[in-house]
Design a protein around this ligand. Structure first.
Ligand code: ATR
Length: 281
């Protein structure tokens, strides 16, 4: 573990994505570092898919000790590292990399734990025996499937614009529970208990067309994307009178805390950060 009291230049961390300018991770890790007296800096790295491998290797050999990985690089990061934690291996998606002194480049996935913590602890949801619909089959969706299935839902449907990706993902996770993959037009009601949007459609200001009958008065709709005000997904859910809508702020903060712990050996308190972010949500 590194201590914050040591003198010398700060340890370097950051988030790699494309786009990444909208990221709140520097704010969050800055608050964690201050609260735990860690001597570190956290920066944004906008890296295109073509440059991802070369740039990440350049950063870590240049002294960067850890990176969060966001879209569209989560699957590429799983292929880049030389060691995966069991949960990252299961997801084949990585949202955090740690570069250790012995040159190990370790990939982990804290997205699932972040989402579950937010759903259960911050929103007070119980997932056992519930019907869950996950929209999307990219890196973001991959990271949360095993942790959701471990909560023993009655059914987990994965729906995606490209149907074949959802079907393949459902097959990949079928050993963990009752899961089915389909295209958006094939999703069937009755209304789900929980709908999680793991597509990047919100970032393009879009909401895919959905069949009727998926949202009822008891449905909680969670957008893994975050931003100010409503997203196209939460607007859609509100228009259908969902019981509750939430965006991915809590998940963001919880996965960041788990990343921080991997890097610094300290689990920071997330509550002050969630409170500080409340004014921007
Ligand atoms: P991430 O790491 O955020 O998951 P990704 O791996 O590029 O990024 O995956 C993006 C996901 O959002 C995919 O499920 C993608 O659907 P496809 O598999 O059909 O490409 C989905 N997606 C992106 N833009 C979308 C849009 N406008 N409408 C619906 N789905 C969209």
């Amino acid at each position: 573990m590194n201590t914050g009291t040591q003198l010398g230049p700060p340890d370097q961390y950051g988030v790699a994505g494309h786009p990444v300018a909208h990221s709140w991770s520097p704010f969050i890790h800055g608050m964690f570092a201050q609260a735990t007296a860690q001597n570190l800096v956290y920066r944004l790295f906008d890296i295109t898919p073509e440059e991802f491998r070369r740039e990440v290797l350049r950063l870590v050999t240049g002294g960067v000790r850890g990176l969060n990985i966001t879209l569209p690089h989560k699957q590429a990061a799983a292929e880049l590292v030389n060691e995966l934690t069991p949960r990252a291996a299961r997801a084949q998606a990585v949202n955090v990399i740690a570069h250790f002194d012995d040159a190990t480049l370790l990939g982990d996935n804290t997205d699932g734990a972040g989402l579950i913590n937010d759903l259960e602890q911050n929103l007070g949801l119980e997932l056992a025996h519930k019907r869950i619909l996950v929209l999307g089959a990219g890196g973001a969706a991959r990271g949360v499937l095993a942790p959701l299935l471990e909560r023993d839902p009655r059914q987990l449907i994965i729906a995606n614009r490209t149907r074949a990706r959802a079907a393949a993902l459902a097959r990949e996770f079928a050993d963990l529970g009752n899961t089915v993959g389909c295209g958006f037009d094939e999703i069937e009601g009755p209304p789900y208990d929980l709908i999680v949007n793991g597509t990047s459609a919100s970032l393009q200001g879009e909401m895919p067309v959905m069949p009727a009958g998926l949202v009822g008065e008891d449905t909680v709709c969670y957008d893994m994307a975050y931003g100010r005000g409503h997203t196209p997904f939460t607007l859609w859910a509100k228009s259908l009178h969902a019981k509750r809508t939430a965006k991915g702020w809590g998940m963001l903060v919880e996965q960041a805390a788990a990343s921080f712990e991997l890097w610094r050996g300290i689990h920071p308190d997330t509550k002050p950060v969630l409170e500080a972010l409340a004014q921007y949500r």
